[in-house]
Design a protein around this ligand. Structure first.
Ligand SMILES: [Zn+2]
Length: 349
């Protein structure tokens, strides 16, 4: 019995001494601060105290950014933070002393840190990147942030009359080159897919979405290159446009997705994205609903790091649907239905 008590005491001692070592390491480097922040008219309530290091104040990213009406996308695996507000995209990485403002990289004399699961960011660097003026009054223990108005950037924004986040969507016309996809009545699936995808690309660009296409002509692109392109671009969504084939009686739209949670973005899982896209097609084109189908083995979907779908617009093997798919009007309506569903999905990111 004594032995057990001793063992427990020893374990407790080791545990306590370990935690105190960590605590002293943090306090050597950082000082907790009770500095007050005002953003515009609002006083900021923190989920944890700001820290001061080398005269730089680090603040919890989440409450800081929500008080500035900026959106935060935080990738736990890479430590990468993407902050969006209006036309600004600000990117930082935990442990790295750099800040990228609309892809322009600048050095900082401090790095974002992770403390007990809370990401802390350098207040001044982030605020200035988001077009705020920073006034420090250390006598009153107060930092005041005011949003700059009427700057050149804002002037450009208001001409569009809308505030919008910068989104990247990769559009993938299925098949291409030696891979024709299905062929019915001399019509090749690869050509239908490209035609609809090009229309979708034009419509999304007109809405201010940044788009990329995996192919713009009749070329062969491997499945991995398609998702690889979207991953490299850190795209928000990947839309692969296809058309179906099967028994001649079958008709309607179908949407495929990879079942899993690793490829969610913001409030949008691949499954939700697929459901929105499917509803877009069935409602927008008055198509039969052939379902939202989980497909764990399709390379394009499985290897995409963002919500991705394969939109099977219609059945080439069905006479009526093939006739529809041949008409420009129908292809345009299909692209419009996909565009509306993409825009609806982006709101969740
Ligand atoms: Zn296909």
């Amino acid at each position: 019995m004594k032995k057990i008590i001793f063992c427990v005491a020893a374990c407790l001692f080791i545990f306590l001494s370990t935690t105190s070592t960590f605590a002293s390491e943090i306090s050597d480097d950082f000082t907790k601060s009770n500095v007050n922040f005002r953003i515009g008219e609002k006083s900021v309530e923190w989920e944890r105290s700001p820290l001061i290091k080398n005269n730089r104040i680090l603040v919890p990213a989440q409450s800081f950014l929500s008080n500035m009406d900026a959106a935060l996308n935080w990738d736990l695996e890479s430590g990468r933070l993407s902050i969006t507000k209006k036309e600004s995209l600000v990117e930082l990485t935990v442990g790295e002393p750099f800040i990228e403002v609309n892809k322009n990289k600048k050095e900082m004399d401090i790095s974002p840190v992770l403390v007990d699961g809370t990401v802390m960011v350098p207040a001044r660097f982030v605020a200035e990147a988001l077009n705020y003026k920073v006034n420090c009054n250390l006598q009153d223990n107060m930092v005041a942030l005011t949003e700059n108005n009427g700057s050149v950037d804002n002037g450009q924004d208001t001409s569009r009359g809308k505030e919008r986040k910068k989104y990247i969507v990769v559009i993938d016309p299925g098949h291409g080159g030696k891979e024709t996809g299905a062929i019915y009545g001399g019509v090749k699936e690869k050509d239908l897919n490209l035609d609809i995808a090009k229309r979708l690309n034009k419509l999304l660009k007109a809405e201010g979405v940044t788009t990329y296409m995996t192919r713009t002509g009749d070329t062969y692109v491997s499945l991995y290159a398609r998702s690889g392109m979207a991953n490299k671009l850190n795209a928000d969504l990947l839309v692969s446009v296809h058309n179906n084939a099967g028994m001649s009686k079958l008709k309607g739209s179908m949407t495929l997705y990879y079942p899993g949670t690793g490829n969610s973005k913001g409030n949008l899982s691949a499954k939700t994205f697929a459901s929105i896209m499917q509803k877009g097609l069935t409602d927008g084109l008055n198509m039969r609903n052939m379902g939202v189908i989980p497909r764990p083995h399709l390379a394009v979907l499985r290897t995409a790091k963002m919500p991705a779908v394969i939109s099977e617009v219609g059945y080439m093997s069905n006479k009526t649907e093939l006739a529809n798919l041949k008409s420009k009007n129908f292809k345009q309506r299909a692209a419009e239905a996909l565009k509306d569903a993409v825009l609806q999905s982006l709101k969740r990111i």
